[in-house]
Design a protein around this ligand. Structure first.
Ligand code: GLU
Length: 449
């Protein structure tokens, strides 16, 4: 399935395919944005004259490097790491690091590309970038993780800086990894540069509510979509894919707003708990013990575990994909809609395939793309940078309030932009155009660079 692109945008897309062979996720992310931009070029022809889209599709800088490290038995391993510094029109490159065996250049570029528009939507002064490695943190000891992070930073440090490029976490990278990366950066540079990393620990420059921010933000956005439709989250049944940081805090927030989450998952399987997911137990298993979610059913007999199961077959009114890219396809979307799903908000990056998005849009359900709905994480990273710059630490309540205001603003911007460009209720169009306009105007202002 692919929608129509006008002649100019089609030729830009063909050029992207030609210049970046094999990077399928990057192609998908670019195509989704280009599909929204037709009416923008009609209204603002200067963006075409200035070749803004072509410039946006070419990262400002891409770094690929070797990361050798030794495991606990003394065996040497070689991984590959990336940092793609995509666009700095609005601020220093900003975006997470992902550690996962599936990582290659095409994944980091899709994430970096989406990050440009997401970061622009937050209204904070941050550009777009992303990094990561094909290193698999699963089953590794703390010592192995530390040695890997130190080896990676020994090369990466030279590209970073609080005014240059500010990484954070993503899949496989949480506070433990940020600690090892930041520690090695501090050691090599001899600078306590708090603002060079976000997602830090509270004792060493982190922000309150950063850990919760992506999941909370997704639910704040969802809540706004319900309000627009004259409805609320109260009493709704929900499924949340994943069981990492984003999923856990999406479950926490949506539960506190009166919905019931009956299923979550990891890459091995799905747990279904008709009583509602026991959040304390889930946190204990995932955050403290770092175990697989299959452990949940050993503790809670009312729950069932489906090894290799498909979470989208569990009936629900709200679906929150919070695991990874392309985890929800056209067939899954059809099952969701047929079983009464009325809203989808993406906590993960690009979790729904183009076919799946099409199904949701045709059905007219509320659908929020990740670059809008999961922007709360990076927005709170920008709040962390703000606290670092003023050597301050805000309260949880204040930080969460700022996060909520930002999500309400993003929702309003997406909603009004879609309306303005003749696509009422289409948050994909609203997010793509809303983000694009901010970056494009800044790029025009700064000349041909
Ligand atoms: N990895 C997150 C994202 O996809 C957060 C990035 C950040 O905080 O810089 O937006």
């Amino acid at each position: 399935m692919s929608s129509y692109l006008n002649e100019k945008l089609e030729s830009i897309y063909q050029e992207v395919l030609h210049r970046n062979p094999g990077e399928t996720e990057f192609h998908q992310a670019v195509r989704e944005v280009l599909e929204s931009l037709g009416p923008v070029l009609v209204k603002y022809p200067e963006f075409a004259d200035q070749k803004i889209i072509q410039r946006l599709c070419e990262p400002e800088r891409q770094v690929i490097f070797r990361v050798p490290w030794q495991d606990d038995r003394g065996q040497i391993h070689i991984n590959r790491a990336f940092r793609v510094e995509f666009n700095s029109a609005l601020g220093p490159y900003k975006g997470g690091m992902r550690f996962h065996p599936s990582v290659y250049l095409g994944i980091i570029k899709f994430l970096g590309f989406e990050q440009i528009f997401k970061n622009a939507l937050t209204g904070m002064p941050i550009g777009g970038g992303k990094g990561g490695s094909d290193f698999d943190p699963k089953g590794k000891s703390d010592g192995e993780i530390m040695r890997f992070c130190q080896s990676m930073m020994t090369e990466l440090y030279r590209y970073l800086g609080e005014y240059t490029d500010v990484p954070a976490g993503d899949i496989g990278v949480g506070q433990r990894e940020i600690g090892y990366l930041f520690g090695q950066y501090k050691r090599i540079t001899n600078r306590y540069e708090s603002g060079v990393f976000t997602g830090k620990g509270l004792d060493w420059g982190g922000s309150r509510a950063r850990k919760e921010a992506t999941g909370y933000g997704t639910v704040f956005f969802l809540d706004e979509m319900f309000k627009v439709r004259g409805d609320s989250l109260e009493g709704k049944t929900c499924v949340v894919s994943g069981s990492g940081n984003v999923a856990i805090y999406a479950i926490e927030k949506i539960t506190s707003l009166g919905a019931k989450v009956v299923a979550c998952s990891d890459s091995n399987g799905v747990i279904v708990d008709k009583d509602g997911i026991d959040l304390a137990l889930l946190k204990q298993i995932k955050e403290v013990e770092r175990r697989r979610i299959s452990a949940y059913v050993q503790e809670k007999k009312s729950a069932t575990y489906m090894e290799g199961g498909n979470i989208w077959t569990v009936p629900c009114q709200i679906a929150l994909p919070c695991a990874t890219q392309n985890e929800l396809n056209g067939k899954d979307a059809k099952i969701l809609v047929d079983q009464g799903c009325i809203a989808v908000a993406e906590g993960a990056n690009m979790p729904t395939t183009p076919e799946g998005i099409h199904v949701f849009q045709r059905a007219g359900i509320a659908y929020a793309p990740g670059k809008a709905a999961n922007a709360g994480g990076v927005a709170t990273s920008a709040l962390e940078m703000q606290q670092n710059a003023s050597r301050d630490l805000w309260s949880f309540e204040y930080t969460e309030k700022r996060l909520q205001e930002i999500m309400v603003d993003i929702h309003r911007n997406c909603y009004e932009t879609a309306e303005e460009f003749g696509a009422s209720g289409n948050y994909v169009v609203g997010a793509n155009i809303g983000g694009f306009l901010k970056v494009a105007s800044a790029m025009v202002a700064m000349g041909v660079i």
